[in-house]
Design a protein around this ligand. Sequence first.
Ligand SMILES: [Zn+2]
Length: 298
Amino acid sequence: MMFIDPHVHMTSRTTDDYEAMAAAGVVALIEPSFWLGQPRTQVGSFQDYFSSLVGWEPFRASQFGIKHYCTIGLNSKEANNEALAEQVMELLPLYLHKENVVAIGEIGYDDQTPAEDKYFRAQLELAKELDMTVQVHTPHRDKKAGTIRSMEVCLEHGLDPANVIIDHNNEETVKEVLDRGFIAAFTIYPKTKMGNERMVAVVEKFGSDNIIVDSSADWGVSDPLAVPKTASLMLKRGISREDVVKTCYSNALKAFGKNGKMKESDWLHAEGINQTRLYNDNSVLRGQEPRVDSDKIS
Ligand SMILES: [Zn+2]
């Protein structure tokens, strides 16, 4: 079975994670731009980060046989530094056209401050102008109100809910999201409320239409194998293969494939792994024998 993890911050992960994800069947992933724990103080830090998401990180993923896509945006937390936020807004159009950028994201609310609201709305306008999909981060505090507010603001700005992925859902928010025609993504964190047992129950209750599973693995306690593990548990609990494929692969492809940059042929007809390749003179290897799938490399 093939899997897509449409929300995983690989910048914070190791090559062991890439290897394990590939071995578990992850063929493609989407890395949303986000905050890095340490607040950035200069626009150049954003620029280098965005450049890494469209340059170095796709190369690193390719060295382990995974297709890397990303979403670019000003995250909610750092939107609160308005002087910096203004400069980041000016940078965004330079990156949104890059070949692996599939959406504007992850954007939305953290503490639901006026500054967060201002830059969320500005980026929704940008999405409308560029006809791009939007990936929304919903707040972990005051989740339900924040989720409803995020959707209302999207509608107020005239976005088609079918082009908006609302992430970090739980049992309290999923019905509202699906009823309004938005796409509901679920982040499966280990040892927390939204674990994979509860994800199985959500799919049993709400079916598989417009529901997406992701890991949101990053620099915190998280699991880059959350998607294949949840899929395996779903199958064990008797959920049909078709529903597992939809929630752990094809719904994400449909939602993020709209601008034509992410397509199945990217991995079905991919060249093999060639670890002799370099990126700006850098290799992911440290003296190991490079893997070269010579039968698949033209
Ligand atoms: Zn994230």
